[in-house]
Design a protein around this ligand. Sequence first.
Ligand code: SF4
Ligand code: SF4
Length: 243
Amino acid sequence: MTPNAICTPPHDHDTYRWSMVVDLDKCIGCSACTAACYAENNIGVAGLEQVLKGREMSWLRVERYLDSDYPEKTTFLPMLCQHCDNAPCEAVCPVYAPHHSKEGLNNQIYNRCIGTRFCSQNCPYKVRRFNWFTWETPSPLNLQLNPDVTARSKGVMEKCSFCIQRIKFAHGIAKDENRPVRDGEIQPACLQSCPTGALIFGNLMDPGSRVRKLAADPRAYQVLGYLNTKPAVIYLKKVLPEI
Ligand code: SF4
Ligand code: SF4
């Protein structure tokens, strides 16, 4: 099979194809996005001992690329599920737990998942997280759990959903007002907490959306784009100083 082979048929996205643009020139690596994601999505806190065993639960990690000779070149890269159009995770699940929505989301259907972890092995971006335990949230921390997000238990795979609960909420308001969802109306938790405006979210099918315009920027690229996964997350290259 050639590197460009299409493993799954392309999907039609008539009205919406949700996308995130990450401007690496604005990211300062503060990890506010990661913390907000934990709080919004009821993510289990694994702790040092489990993280050292590879059982980290974070849906969004901030990767650091260092050049010790040129610290000015240090680059931070927020990595999350890329909501691939040709998603390698979807093709290998025996029970179809990873599901491609008509709006381009790679949804994880928790009550289908039987925990084979094939999807995690086949994800080139390594963004899927397996629940080795049913995580405890001792009182009073249980009071901050988000009632809009499904609880997950031991044996189930999870990952970034693009804050689907917020997408659904915006759809509900738009439907009541008999209009489409507006550009900028949906703010995933990571974007909402980013102090530098490095994250932009919107509809790639809308020619006037910010993400659509930024996707045409000369700095735009897709991580591991040569794998033909067709990610919905588009990165803008960091502008490096002349050294
Ligand atoms: S980034 Fe990984 S988990 Fe997300 S859709 Fe692509 S293959 Fe699946
Ligand atoms: S919150 Fe913004 S600046 Fe901070 S690490 Fe995340 S994307 Fe980068």
